[in-house]
Design a protein around this ligand. Structure first.
Ligand code: 5RP
Length: 259
């Protein structure tokens, strides 16, 4: 792996723990003003000190995040559809030149395996990998799930492995039973989990714990942090579980501390 690629990856995945807590706030690209992100800067900027990286679109970044931030940016580069339409119908919505201009540490797009536009989304990933390899920028592939897709290890293993085969450097997928099988399907490519819809804080911490125990290197979590009634407590708790190996009860104690 080339120096620049390694350097960018080590800004996101802690060389000390081998783990990472990414904060995902890119939901607006298809959901519009998502609960908790209407005033994105007000929600996200206080959380930044506790995140290892921020997953965001270029528009949100330029509007709400101060350029003085030292947080690595994972730039969401696919989109072109909304919750009102077929979600898999994505194109690449930013150029790699713009990713370099904003100093992105990684670039990302969604891949909809089984979706109506599966092939095009795989082609989007392939294009990002080609450009990422050219400029030393790692690519995070999101295994997006369509409305009727089963979120089981067979499906998520299939989707994740395809992203690995296309050349992604990090896989973002959903937690499921037998998650170890999904991680194993990815070989040496690191796996992080999305949080998904807002659930109880203890449940979300349990999911993070179980994912790490099954071999994931971290989370790329959004709603379960920024929609929590105590977002700072929650991100600190997730950090403790991911980086420090804390138990769910210990993490939950941290969450409740400054509520
Ligand atoms: C959408 C995404 C989001 O970043 C992802 O869903 C993470 O956020 P959450 O934890 O809220 O699910 O990749 O495709």
């Amino acid at each position: 792996m080339q120096w620049g690629m390694k350097n960018r990856l080590s800004r996101i995945i802690s060389p000390k723990t081998g783990k990472c807590v990414m904060l995902a706030v890119d939901h607006g690209y298809f959901q519009g003003p998502t609960t908790g992100l209407r005033e994105l800067g007000k929600t996200v900027n206080p959380l930044l000190p506790y995140a290892d990286a921020l997953m965001i679109t270029r528009g949100a970044l330029r509007n709400w995040i101060p350029p003085e931030t030292d947080k690595p940016i994972i730039l969401r580069m696919s989109g072109g559809t909304s919750i009102l339409k077929e979600l898999s119908n994505e194109v690449l919505t930013s150029s790699v030149t713009d990713a370099i201009r904003i100093n992105a540490s990684a670039i990302t797009c969604s891949v909809f395996i089984g979706g109506e536009h599966e092939k095009e989304t795989i082609a989007n990933l392939a294009e990002l990998v080609d450009k990422g390899e050219k400029y030393g920028i790692p690519v995070l592939a999101v295994t997006a799930v369509g409305k009727d897709m089963a979120r089981d290890s067979r499906y998520l293993g299939l989707a994740s492995r395809i992203c690995v085969e296309i050349g992604a450097h990090i896989i973002k997928t959903y937690y499921c039973d037998n998650f170890k099988e999904v991680v194993e399907a990815c070989g040496n490519v690191p796996v992080v989990i999305a949080g998904g819809k807002k659930i109880e804080e203890k449940e979300a911490l349990q999911m993070a714990r179980d994912a790490i125990d099954a071999g994931a290197i971290g989370v790329d979590m959004g709603r379960n942090i920024f929609q929590s009634s105590n977002p700072i407590g929650m991100i600190k708790a997730v950090r403790a579980v991911v980086h420090e190996g804390k138990s769910v009860d210990e993490g939950f104690g941290i969450y409740k501390e400054k509520k």
